[in-house]
Ligand binder design. Structure first.
Ligand SMILES: *Cc1c(COP(=O)(O)O)cnc(C)c1O
Length: 408
């Protein structure tokens, strides 16, 4: 049976207390109790439906969390102040001193830095592996391993994780499979493929307007209860809560995610095909030349496409910088990190979002200096965009000129 994540979001109904079509925003940090006994029970965690203090939970945050849980097909979710807040809380909740994590080596720079430089302070160690090589993952498992961590579509190399196979390895060794699905919301539903926990940076496609940071952990009721436990919950004690105003604004944006993803994917596929035909080294999961094209195709919810992320290699950092500056000047997008905006965003990962990864390791994983990462925007006329980008590349000598129909 196919999984319909956008339907699951749409089918949730919340009304404001006066019949408003959007739920009211909870504008309080603390909540009154009619009886002292209920307050005590809430502290003990047995008074579901009662709010205590907004670092613990708030109605607006619960609405957003429930919508994201519906999207991912988990029992529930907790929203957090950022994607990193979600990632760090989950890892610190699941691991104690002495524990070990197996992580994909091509992950978001902040996550990499956390596991490489920060968790060793608590004697939590990570092994970084090529997530596409399943046998090396199994070999890296030790008696202390607690979790396998990966991104469905890796940043910035756009490698695809085989979630089904990874889930099978996790099951066999009783590990948790934690998947960061930030690059592929709706397109991929990791829980349906066997993952245990799904994380998103809401900052990117899900919110889609580059006006806030936010994150979410989607998982079982048990895990989410643990995260918010007043005595030992990482989310509760590290204080990673999201503000209610933000939660309500992200919930409104979430409702158009399916339309936006379809447009990001349509534009991404168009440009990837054109760039590849032009002879540029292009990486996009929707291209047949992508080493994991078939894998992505088998795992995806077809109607949302292959996403908005693609990379090209323009040979050198110098070329990359010149091209990005020129494209920005021509208003084709912004030289900026992050992703999932209406406008195309581009950056050279080696010197920006992945600069936490040492130079030699970048090289070993195939992160070249001339790599440009694109988050393709919602452009209404992607053909015009392509022609203008192509012209920039010709002007800079990255591509040889070829007769193109004049741009109107
Ligand atoms: C941006 C990003 C994060 C971190 O999210 P923040 O909201 O910036 O904290 C984590 N994972 C991936 C894949 C990202 O792109």
């Amino acid at each position: 049976m196919s999984f319909k994540p956008a339907n699951n979001i749409q089918d949730l109904q919340y009304f404001g207390e006066f019949g408003g079509v959007n739920p009211s925003i909870s504008d309080s940090s603390t909540y009154t109790f009619l009886s002292a006994k209920t307050m005590f029970d809430t502290f003990e965690g047995n008074a579901d439906g009662c709010y205590l203090y907004s670092r613990h939970s708030s109605p607006s945050n619960l609405y957003l969390g429930e919508a994201l849980a519906a999207m991912e097909g988990t029992e529930t979710a907790i929203v957090t102040s950022s994607g990193m807040a979600a990632i760090t809380s989950v890892l610190l909740q699941l691991c104690s001193a002495g524990d070990h994590i197996i992580s994909s080596r091509t992950i978001y720079g902040g996550t990499y830095a956390f596991l490489k430089n920060f968790t060793p302070k608590f004697n939590i160690r990570a092994s970084f592996v090529d997530i596409t090589k399943l046998d090396t993952i199994e070999k890296a498992i030790t008696k202390n391993t607690k979790a396998i961590y990966c991104e469905v579509v890796s940043n910035p190399l756009l490698e695809i994780a085989n979630i089904k196979e990874l889930a099978e390895i996790a099951r066999k060794h009783e590990l948790k499979l934690i998947v960061d699905n930030t690059f592929s919301p709706l397109s991929i539903s990791p829980i349906k493929l066997g993952a245990h926990i799904v994380i998103h940076s809401l900052t990117k496609f899900i919110n889609g307007s580059s006006d806030t940071v936010g994150g979410v952990v989607c998982g079982t009721q048990e895990l989410i209860n643990e995260l918010r436990n007043v005595n030992n919950g990482a989310a509760m004690l590290l204080g990673v809560t999201m503000d209610s105003l933000r939660a309500s604004s992200i919930l409104k944006n979430l409702r158009t995610l399916h339309i936006r993803m379809q447009q990001h994917s349509k534009n991404g596929l168009y440009l990837a095909r054109k760039f590849e035909a032009d002879g540029l080294k292009t990486v996009y999961p929707g291209l047949e030349s992508h080493p994991s094209h078939t894998l992505f195709k088998d795992q995806m919810n077809k109607e949302y496409g292959y996403g908005g992320m693609l990379t090209i290699d323009v040979g050198s950092l110098h070329n990359a910088n010149e091209l990005m500056e020129m494209m920005q000047e021509k208003n084709l997008g912004y030289l900026a990190v992050s992703l999932g905006f209406y406008k195309t965003l581009f950056s050279a990962p080696g010197t920006s979002t992945s600069s936490e990864i040492p130079h030699e390791e970048q090289k070993a994983m195939g992160l070249t200096e001339g790599l440009i990462r694109f988050s393709i925007g919602l452009d209404a006329d992607i053909e015009r965009t392509y022609k203008m980008m192509r012209q920039c590349m010709e002007t800079l000598g990255i591509l040889k000129s070829k007769k193109l129909s004049k741009i109107a």
